[in-house]
Design a protein around this ligand. Structure first.
Ligand SMILES: Nc1ncnc2c1ncn2[C@@H]1O[C@H](COP(=O)(O)OP(=O)(O)O)[C@@H](O)[C@H]1O
Ligand SMILES: [Mg+2]
Length: 250
């Protein structure tokens, strides 16, 4: 199967107010693959997702989706183009039920289509399906994250942007969220993920892109990076994290 570029950042500059965070950033993410964004805190990983989702203005450069220029599109337009965003943290209406959260997720589709799609999406999320009439806030952290992903899947997105899905989840639940993302990618969804849980995330990813100060410092196949003996020093806690030998000496 030939690789096809789905997302392309081409020399992108973006930031907050006067502060530019992404500095001439270029990278590509292939269709139906999981691309993992790595880098120390503050490197600009979340900013990449927010910029791609139209929440920040692109000051320079272009962003393309399947070869089409989407620079400057609004979040609403990007949703219509098939991009879904699952931000970091909790993003549900906690007082509403699971079902109501799903209905709201399909608001742009209309009720009829939403109601047709909900059972279909829930096939992949048995834990969420069992809790349809519970208040969203009563779900465990892992179930809530699964509900957020289920809600995004209602839109049948081409691309899922997901920021640190593992935060606050137990290792076993993280595993199930990662397996789910892997399945979605294998069925053709392009996944762009930010994760601090580097080793396990690399285990289910295809490609890794590392950022430092809003620039790409590395892009290589996830398996290759996983096999790199310097991975700890490179990415677990940033460039200045102690190496295994200095830790042993301490
Ligand atoms: N809403 C904001 N307003 C101003 N600066 C921000 C905002 N969000 C993030 N930043 C700054 O942008 C930089 C990159 O942040 P971010 O993309 O969240 O990094 P990462 O996700 O890699 O940890 C940081 O220096 C951060 O302080
Ligand atoms: Mg972040």
């Amino acid at each position: 199967m030939t690789e096809q570029t789905c997302i392309e950042f081409d020399d992108v500059v973006a930031g907050y107010g006067e502060f530019m965070i992404l500095n001439n950033l270029s990278f590509k993410a292939q269709r139906g693959k999981i691309t993992l964004l790595l880098g120390p805190n503050g490197a600009g990983k979340s900013t990449v997702l927010k910029t791609l989702f139209g929440l920040l203005k692109v000051r320079q450069g272009r962003i393309r989706l399947d070869g089409q220029d989407i620079t400057g599109s609004s979040a609403k337009q990007l949703l219509a183009h098939g991009i879904a965003f699952v931000p970091q943290g909790r993003n549900l209406f906690g007082q509403l039920t699971v079902w109501q959260n799903l209905e709201l997720g399909g608001i742009t589709l209309g009720m009829k289509t939403t109601h047709e799609r909900i059972p279909e999406v829930l096939e992949r999320f048995p834990r969420v399906k069992e809790r349809l009439h519970s208040q969203a806030s009563a779900l465990s952290g892992g179930e809530q994250k699964q509900l957020e992903i289920a809600r995004a899947m209602l839109l049948r997105p081409k691309v899922i942007l997901i920021d640190e899905p593992s935060i606050g989840l137990s290792p076993m639940i993280v595993r199930s969220v990662f397996v789910l993302l892997r399945q979605l990618a294998d069925q053709g969804t392009t996944v762009l993920m930010v994760e601090q849980n580097v080793k396990s995330a690399l285990g289910i990813s295809d490609e890794a892109v590392a950022l430092e100060s809003g620039r790409r410092v590395l892009q290589k196949p996830a398996q290759e990076l996983l096999a790199d003996p310097h991975i700890e020093r490179l990415f677990l806690g940033g460039a200045h994290a102690p190496t295994a030998s200095t830790q042993a000496a301490a």
